[in-house]
Design a protein around this ligand. Structure first.
Ligand code: HEM
Ligand code: FES
Length: 335
């Protein structure tokens, strides 16, 4: 660690977060072991602990994976994101305890090193029912270890954000290995379908949230290059095709606004008109629209779709997603 390293303050929100996490886990393990002992009276405490810690770790991993997309969909989830690394490290500790207890219970009683026994005692990789599923858990645990060990800000600064991010994206590989660990392991011997249903619901939630957040991001970042700022004459437009729509991008008074190219009167080409008295004026019969809202000035009620714009360097970009007719979009200022 370098001399310039600064510890992060331990504020009240973090203490509450960790308090809720630890009490939630204690409650989960208590209920799991209590109910497990009633439903499976022959199960030993070690077995119940192994199962309780394994399921708690996998449940936490689902929560961790859901937090990212939830925050993209709704900013109210952001407080969960700030301390997500505490969840990650706690999940790793649970997974490690589960793995070590399993190694002791299933591999430490013979005369072979438990780690060698883990890899050598079952080589039936071609079988679904008898697949050596514990090996999958071992490799997932290795990834989780790497992530937990580098979770501190010190490593984020030392490794640089892109390398750290790539390393932590391996959580998805670990997740896949763990789903296979459970599907090829305990689900092969379970007679009840409850666990399979829970795993199925968990996977569906994680996948659906990622697709929904991905779609929102894709829409946000899908701006298309329209034209150079200098290529648009003052108070006039350049016209660009966005999918099946044509969009008129106007330049006026140091600002850029984009609206649909199609006039509400008789589909006249608004992009061939010009701005007169602050209004985009259709070249065919003179209908007018305000550039930022796409609405005709009162008392008229016509409205056309508006589009978001941005400027990068000398280029104007347009978001191809039309906004409902009349939606105000703040004009983009020309730097
Ligand atoms: C060295 C690594 C690991 C070993 C040797 C191992 C071993 C095992 C064994 C033997 C079982 C079956 C337990 C039983 O049927 O009683 C099991 C189940 C399970 N493991 Fe692992 N595991 C490892 C890593 C992990 C990790 C990293 C996770 C999650 C983060 C995990 C999650 C689970 C879950 C959810 C189950 C099903 C629990 C249940 O029976 O309901 N395992 N594991
Ligand atoms: S088509 Fe635009 S005013 Fe008639």
């Amino acid at each position: 660690m370098s001399v310039t390293y600064q510890a992060i303050g331990w504020n009240r929100a973090k203490k509450v977060y960790d308090g809720v996490l630890v009490s939630g886990l204690a409650l989960y393990l208590g209920v799991f072991i209590g109910v497990g002992a009633i439903v499976h009276p022959n199960a030993t405490l070690e077995t119940l602990l192994i199962r309780g810690m394994g399921t708690a770790a996998l449940l936490l991993l689902h929560i961790i994976l859901a937090i990212g997309p939830l925050c993209r969909l709704d900013k109210r989830f952001l407080p969960l994101l700030y301390n997500r690394r505490h969840l990650g490290v706690t999940m790793f500790v649970l997974a490690l305890a589960h793995g070590v207890f399993s190694l002791i219970q299933f591999h430490a009683l013979g005369d072979v090193n438990p780690l060698i026994s883990l890899f050598a005692s079952n080589m039936r990789y071609g079988s679904i029912a008898d697949f050596p599923f514990q090996v999958l858990g071992f490799f997932a645990l290795l990834i989780l270890f790497m992530m937990a060990a580098t979770s501190h800000d010190f490593w984020l600064n030392t490794l640089s954000a892109p390398v750290w991010k790539r390393l932590h994206m391996m959580v998805y590989l670990a997740y896949g290995l763990l789903i296979a660990h459970v599907a090829l392991g305990v689900l092969q011997s379970e007679t009840s379908s409850v666990l399979a249903a829970v795993v199925g619901v968990g996977m569906t939630v994680v996948i659906v949230l990622h697709i929904a957040a991905g779609t929102v991001e894709w829409r946000k970042d899908n701006f298309v290059a329209a034209c150079e700022i200098d290529a648009i004459p003052e108070n006039r437009a350049c016209v660009v095709s966005c999918g099946s729509e044509r969009v008129a991008v106007f330049k006026y008074g140091g600002m850029i606004s984009a609206i649909s190219n199609v006039c509400q009167h008789q589909n006249g080409p608004l992009g061939e008109g010009k701005i007169i008295d602050g209004c985009i004026t259709c070249p065919w019969h003179g209908y007018q629209y305000l550039p930022d809202t796409g609405a005709s000035p009162p008392p008229f009620t016509e409205k056309v779709a508006t589009y978001r714009t941005k400027i990068v360097g000398q280029l104007v970009y347009v978001d191809p997603q039309p906004l409902p007719p009349g939606t105000r979009v703040p004009p983009t200022e020309i730097p």
